[in-house]
Design a binder for this molecule. Structure first.
Ligand SMILES: [Zn+2]
Length: 199
C-alpha cells in the first residue's frame, strides 16, 4: 500500500516540536495551496541544512565553516570555556553580551530516561580541547534540572583530573528552567556568581 505525498508530509511535519497532527495537516495543505516554487524552495533549504551545515571542529556549534566565527574571534578569551547543552543556550548567553570566553556545545544532556548516554554527547570532543587549547577554567552551564545537574557532575569528574578549574553557574537559577529561556540579567548574575565545583 503506498502512502500519499500529503500523508507523508503530515507525518514528517507532526514530528517537529510543538506541531501536533492537526497543525501538520494545516501546514501541509497550506504548502499545497502555494505556487509550486514555494515547495521547491522549502525542499531545497531542507536539503541544504544537512549538506552545508556542519559541527565546528572546536566548539561543536552548527556552522557553515569550521572553525566557526566565534572560535576564530581574536577578542575572545581562549582560556575560559563555557559548556552548554544546545546552540540555543549559547545564543541566549551571547544575547546577554556579558560573557567573552569560548564555548563548547554538548548537544544534549545525560538522561537515562530518554536513553541519552554520555557517548551520545560531544564530551570526548570537549576533553581533547583542554590541553591543546590551554584551557584554565571550564564553566558548566548545563540546565538547572535533573539531567543538567547529572551532566555537570559527570563532566566535573572527568575534567578535574585534567588539572583544569571546574565551576558551575550560580545556583539560584529557577529550578527546572532552561538556560535558553533566561533573561540576560539573570544569566549575567549566574555567570558572575559561578562556584567552583567540589571534586
Ligand atoms: Zn566553534
Amino acid at each position: 500500500m503506498s502512502i500519499s505525498p500529503i500523508d507523508k508530509l503530515v507525518h514528517s511535519l507532526s514530528r517537529l516540536p510543538g506541531i501536533g497532527e492537526k497543525t501538520a495537516i494545516r501546514l501541509a495543505f497550506f504548502i499545497l495551496q502555494q505556487k509550486s516554487n514555494y515547495a521547491r524552495e522549502l525542499g531545497q533549504s531542507l536539503l541544504e541544512l544537512h549538506e552545508n551545515i556542519l559541527f565546528c571542529e572546536k566548539c561543536q556549534n552548527l556552522t557553515q565553516n569550521s572553525p566557526c566565527k566565534t572560535c576564530l574571534d581574536p577578542k575572545r578569551e581562549k582560556q575560559l570555556l563555557l559548556v552548554v547543552e544546545t546552540p540555543q543556550d549559547m545564543l541566549a548567553l551571547e544575547r546577554s553580551h556579558f560573557y567573552r570566553g569560548s564555548y563548547h556545545i554538548l548537544h544534549g544532556a545525560i538522561s537515562p530516561l530518554e536513553g541519552v548516554k554520555p557517548e551520545h554527547l560531544k564530551i570526548k570532543e570537549l576533553l581533547v580541547r583542554i590541553h591543546p587549547e590551554q584551557i584554565e577554567e571550564v564553566i558548566l552551564g548545563t540546565n538547572p534540572n535533573v539531567e543538567g545537574e547529572a551532566t555537570a557532575l559527570y563532566l566535573s569528574d572527568l575534567l578535574t583530573p585534567l588539572g583544569v578549574q571546574v565551576s558551575r553557574l550560580a545556583t539560584g537559577l529557577p529550578a527546572g528552567s532552561g538556560i535558553e529561556y533566561l533573561d540576560p540579567l539573570t544569566l549575567q548574575r549566574a555567570l558572575e556568581g559561578r562556584q567552583k565545583m567540589a571534586s
